[in-house]
Design a protein around this ligand. Sequence first.
Ligand SMILES: Nc1nc2c(ncn2[C@@H]2O[C@H](COP(=O)(O)OP(=O)(O)OP(=O)(O)O)[C@@H](O)[C@H]2O)c(=O)[nH]1
Length: 502
Amino acid sequence: MNSSQLQSVQRHNEMLAQSVIRLSKFFEGYSADIDNELQTLRGHLAGTPDFSLASVSIGKLDHLFQGDIKNVRRYTASSLSLIEQSVRTLQQRFAQDTEFRTHAASVLTLANQPTDSLQALLKVCLNSLSLIQKLPTPCDTATPEVRTAPLNPSITRSLQEELQHLLDSYTQLQPDNIQLGNLRHRLLEGLNEDDLLQACLVILRLIVKDSMGEAAMSGEVIQSLHEALGKLNKNVEKSIVHTHQAFVSRQKTDEVFKQQLNDIEDMVAADTGLDGLKEQTRYHLKKMASTLAQRKESERTEQQKIMSLLSRMQTQLDSLERQTIDYRKKLAQQHCASHTDPLTQLPNRMAYNEKIVSAWQHAQASQQPLSLAVLDIDHFKNINDRFGHAAGDKTLQVVANQLAQGLNEGEFIARWGGEEFVLVYENTGPTALAEKLEKLRTRLMALPFKFKQERLTITASFGGATFTADETAEQVFERADQKLYEAKRSGRNCVVIDQDRY
Ligand SMILES: Nc1nc2c(ncn2[C@@H]2O[C@H](COP(=O)(O)OP(=O)(O)OP(=O)(O)O)[C@@H](O)[C@H]2O)c(=O)[nH]1
């Protein structure tokens, strides 16, 4: 192989290695095993690529992805069997109700159809959930009516709060969903126990539908990435075979050349006279020229094959890159949505839970004080009652915006739920906390609100506390919350800080 051919093969190999390295980045983050193997694969391909070891590594990755798909299938099968058991139990329980029995039978038929996809599982789940609507009421069944004990008022209250929170999120995400909108308004006005449980059901259905959709999306992406990796793996193997074949064919023509040179040497040694020598030389030169032409032709064909393989791989990579970018975008959107309160666009409780952990770790490491505060808008119910819930919602948005704009670096706000917000202040002790909250309180009071030509001042009450060494975030929150109620009891529109423990 001459140096330009050698360079060309090296260039192809490097392009191939870079393509596989690029591809390997798409698969990061599925599991620790896959990440480890990807790292090994990149090691084999970095610098001077070793395709034999890389191929072993790709084989292992293929095996790991197959395992992932098997897990999805196993999950689907066990979920289906669970659904089947539950539907059968319901069918036996309401055996007298023909309509219910028929509906349950159709769900069982659906669950028994061969399926290994998450979409099919989702369909079965939704059909099973629709059975709840068809459940006969107690007077429809032959069994005696059982009176359930009324719900404990504190459970009812926390159920109501949680539902309110979930409904806030879902109504913002699905503003055209009339059922949700109505439910939210009814909840704001207060629901009886039956309606409360009905509302739980509606929300549960939405959550199941959402999470199944999410699982189906991840399953599909893993499956399609796996298929694409399989195709690419085959092309890498082909490319290795082609490169090897080209090497063997070059070795063969080298042998032929060597033989032809030996023939010329023999001919010269045989001393056949000038004319014979001329004639034989012409003959041998022709043979060599023909061998050379054949060799060039076969090298050209091999190069074309490798180039077309590389270009196919490039197309596959581009499509994979697009798929992965789409998937990552969707994941980022989901992450953002799950950490944002849809009404006010402030971080939500989940975001607060993450923030307080990192702020606490930072405070420990830097030995700086950390404080938190809870804030509740005063007489907010009045706004809803007098001007309607839409005006209440708008007020929450304006207040949230005003509060967020009043914060500096190292300060964080989240909507806790309803008309309550939680604040985190890094590098802040109780005295500075009191000053900062006081500023926020006056900033809020300065907001000019106008409802139906009536000017109103919106105020809020604040409770604050600073972490001590042995406290959890929940305990500090509890202390701040108690101070908030003290602020409410002492006339509202004020700041109360827990100074005792710090
Ligand atoms: N419009 C609207 N109202 C909400 C929302 N979340 C909670 N609420 C209402 O906020 C009101 C809070 O009322 P209360 O807990 O009695 O408190 P308050 O009227 O602010 O009175 P104090 O806290 O004692 O000053 C309830 O009527 C809830 O229905 C929401 O997202 N939008």
